[in-house]
Design a protein around this ligand. Structure first.
Ligand code: ADP
Ligand code: ASP
Ligand code: MG
Length: 412
């Protein structure tokens, strides 16, 4: 029988009633003749609560114990979904990551999937099970400990299962009815896209559009998984969602496909470090070892052999970053006068494959922000994106202004 992967995010399993509604959709696909692999997230808000408990207990927590705690939300919804399906007379069984098994590396709190064992589930399908309900977001390390795949990781679980089982499609059910030109919660003029190219979705996701986890898009692109984002609410009939597909399969495209934002950014500046060969390595080596995800980096022009080095990272990693820098200073590896932390910044980005062949896109972005009186603190660019770091209080304004300036409410 053909296999279908259906993933339900936190809001789609937020209560017993919602789990029932999701289970009904699964029942329809079973009746359509599919063996279904259902990937579930934890109930909405659960993972945040668990993360909060870990941080309150131990600010610089041991990531193995973080994973032990935060992976638990998905265990609950997997069991409840299997029970709900059984009540509907659909043969279903729940699977935790280790039972599958879903093997990952040992990078706790942000582990990468290495292999999915398909034998156990395939055997059960052979014995008449029609739905395998898999706890998303979690796996097992080579040391036999529970790992998690980073926030939003259930999307990646879903795509990885679709690839491993050669599923016909991977449907991501969420609380919006597809991928929009920007977060519809921020810009009311945001437009739903029927299709989006893998590359653009990859950039949008990595720049903060949390509708799909970045790694899930990467995997879908690599393995050619047909990935669809759609709503778990409303009628199924008018629920085509958004197809994430190859660039060649899209007829019309805007130069800018979308605007992404990332709220929880922090900017850190090391004031007056020695400008000498190896200084960047001496700073960013210890940050990497401390598990800080450095994003943007700016090194100023030096004066009298000294310079300022600025970088950005997620707000919840500033403590780790500060400690790593102070330790490096005490060890004599680096020297600086001061470490200035600005944890009230946000990143706003424009993304589009069309930028490869169109000049003036970045200039138009900067002019738009100037007209709104928004000061730009850091800029980075790549072939298909431009990102700026700005004061967080202007984030919504910037997103809306850019959406208007590039006329994203209109189809290309
Ligand atoms: P789930 O719990 O189903 O995984 P998420 O909260 O992780 O859902 O992702 C869905 C949310 O992503 C939406 O509610 C929306 O606010 C946000 N989002 C951000 N950018 C976009 C975008 N470009 N298109 C659609 N949704 C977006
Ligand atoms: N529950 C996890 C999170 O909130 C994983 C997921 O929902 O994708 O990050
Ligand atoms: Mg999500």
């Amino acid at each position: 029988m053909p296999v279908l992967v259906m993933k339900f995010g936190g809001t789609s399993v937020a209560s017993l009633d919602r789990i029932r509604r999701a289970a009904k959709r699964v029942g329809v696909e079973v009746a359509n003749g599919y063996n279904v692999i259902v990937i579930v997230s934890a109930m909405a808000g659960k993972t945040n609560e668990l993360v909060g408990w870990v941080q309150e207990t131990s600010p610089l927590f041991d990531a193995r114990e973080y994973d032990a705690v935060v992976s638990s939300g998905e265990n609950v919804t997997a069991g409840l979904m299997a029970l709900t399906l059984q009540e509907m007379d659909v043969p279903a069984r729940s699977w935790q990551g280790w039972q599958v098994p879903l093997h990952t590396n040992s990078a706790h709190a942000g582990a990468r999937i290495e292999e999915i064992g398909t034998e156990n589930i395939t055997q059960k399908f052979g014995e008449g099970m029609r739905v395998a309900v898999v706890a998303g977001f979690q796996g097992i390390s080579p040391e036999g400990r529970v790992t998690t795949l980073g926030r939003g990781g259930s999307d990646t679980t879903a795509v990885a299962f679709a690839a491993a089982f050669g599923a016909e499609r991977c449907d991501i059910y969420t609380d919006v009815d597809g991928v929009y030109t920007t977060d519809p919660r921020i810009a009311s003029k945001a437009r739903k896209l029927d299709k989006i190219a893998y590359e653009e979705m990859l950039e949008l996701a990595s720049l903060g559009a949390k509708v799909l986890q970045t790694r899930s898009v990467e995997l879908a692109m690599r393995y050619g998984v047909r990935l669809r984002v759609l709503s778990s609410f409303g009628e199924q009939s008018d629920n085509a969602g958004t197809l994430v597909c190859a660039e060649e399969d899209i007829m019309e495209m805007n130069v800018v496909a979308g605007v992404a934002h990332s709220r929880d950014e922090a900017k850190m500046t090391l004031i007056s470090v020695a400008d000498r060969p190896g200084i960047a390595a001496a700073i960013f080596g210890p940050l990497a070892e401390a598990g800080v995800n450095v994003d943007m980096i700016v090194q100023n022009i030096s004066e009298e052999g000294r310079t300022d080095m600025t970088f950005s990272c997620p707000t919840d990693q500033t403590l780790r970053a500060e400690q790593a820098m102070q330790a490096a200073k005490e060890a004599g590896e680096i020297n600086f006068h001061d470490l200035v932390v600005d944890d009230a910044v946000a990143k706003v980005s424009i993304v589009g494959i069309g930028m490869r062949s169109h000049a003036g896109v970045a200039a138009k972005m900067f002019a738009t922000l100037r007209d709104e009186g928004v000061n730009i603190k850091v800029i980075t660019t790549s072939e298909i994106k431009v990102s700026v770091l700005i004061d967080r209080k202007y984030m919504e304004l910037a997103v809306q202004a850019l959406h208007d300036a590039f006329e994203l409410e209109k189809a290309g």
